[in-house]
Design a protein around this ligand. Structure first.
Ligand SMILES: [Zn+2]
Length: 357
């Protein structure tokens, strides 16, 4: 039976099943809503990234697009016996046919009872965005700085230091505000969430566009404790700001987030298919190292084979980190259910009721 193929170079093995049985089977709620997952039919990739671009950053080598049918199959494998739904969006990159990817995912979401975000280009007219938002199973947008026109083909980070308003224009925000639609915001800048411009712009969005359901992805890219400590307190008081906890493997970051924001403002997310990667993450101050068992270019400093043999999926390591944080704070089962599906379901209901212009 096991191993079975998952995605890209990854398999689901006896090690993963044993990890699930030991840590997750009795703890995870029966319903799982993954609020941050990338689904993009591979045939819509129009530009295969250069080797230089792939090797620039670990995600480049790990990120291969997954179509809806494969995404559904993988979620059944990694969440055995669970009712699964998700908020999906394509790869926010101009290497993809953004229109075709959006259209195909919209159909897949209707078919499967999932929801989607529109990958939105900042150069779109509001009419064009409005047409997309009016379609069924659509909660809002996924903007990203790599969608700003005039990219460098060898770098995904040309616009890393952009203002949020350069890739999420004010006209789009005004439309999203009127519709009560959601934004999953990947904050720009090397300084991450705590960068003063990010904090100021987020507060400005909340003030001027209060109807927008603002969800900050990956806890604002705070993957390490020092980054989380710099940022979280500054957004603690605004109960209208949500976060997804995808791609965060550090239990101390999850604990600080739960303590600062409470369990009602955090949405579970995987950031799959990237987090089907096997291995573990280690932290040193504001940096981290991804250990994995596949000979990627970035994976120069390997651990011994007997350690690599114990690796499970990064997404399972993330779930264990969340569990440890919930245990430390003695969260109730209602609070854990809010994290894994209730908060997302509340947002879906609120977007459905949003004023449609
Ligand atoms: Zn993502």
């Amino acid at each position: 039976m096991l191993p079975v193929a998952l995605h890209h170079v990854w398999k689901y093995t006896e090690v993963d099943r044993a990890f699930w049985d030991r840590h997750l089977e009795d703890w995870l709620p029966k319903r799982i809503f993954d609020a941050h997952t990338h689904v993009n039919e591979p045939r819509f990739r129009i530009e295969v990234p250069s080797e230089q671009k792939r090797r620039q950053y670990w995600v480049g080598e790990v990120s291969e697009p997954i179509g809806a049918a494969d995404a559904a199959r993988c979620s059944t494998t990694v969440f055995p016996g669970r009712e699964f739904a998700c908020l999906a969006f394509g790869h926010p990159s101009l290497d993809y046919d953004v229109d075709a990817s959006n259209a195909s995912l919209q159909e897949a979401c209707v078919e499967r009872g999932w929801y989607r975000l529109v990958v939105s280009r900042p150069d779109w007219s509001t009419e064009r965005l409005a047409e997309q938002l009016a379609m069924p199973n659509t909660l809002g947008v996924k903007p990203y700085y790599a969608l700003i026109p005039g990219q460098d083909p060898d770098s995904r980070d040309k616009y890393l230091e952009a203002s949020i308003f350069e890739f999420l224009p004010r006209e789009h925000l005004a439309l999203l505000d009127r519709r009560g639609a959601a934004v999953v915001l990947h904050v720009p800048k090397a300084g991450r969430l705590a960068h003063p411009d990010n904090l100021a712009e987020i507060k400005q969005i909340r003030r001027e566009y209060p109807g927008v359901v603002l969800i900050i992805a990956h806890f604002g890219r705070c993957y390490t404790v020092p980054h989380a400590q710099q940022a979280f307190g500054q957004l603690a008081d605004d109960e209208g700001i949500y976060f997804d906890n995808s791609a965060v493997l550090n239990p101390d970051v999850h604990r600080l987030a739960l303590r600062t924001f409470g369990s009602e403002r955090i949405l579970y997310g995987t950031d799959n298919p990237i987090f089907y990667m096997r291995g573990r993450r280690q932290w040193h101050g504001t940096t981290y190292v991804n250990r994995t068992s596949y000979p990627f270019y970035f994976n120069k400093d390997r651990e011994p084979p007997e350690i690599e043999a114990t690796y499970t999926l990064f997404m399972y390591e993330a779930l264990l980190a969340i569990k440890q944080a919930c245990d430390d704070l003695a969260l109730t089962s209602d609070q854990i259910e809010a994290l894994f599906h209730g908060n997302a379901e509340r947002i879906i209901a609120s977007v459905g009721e949003g004023k449609v212009s």
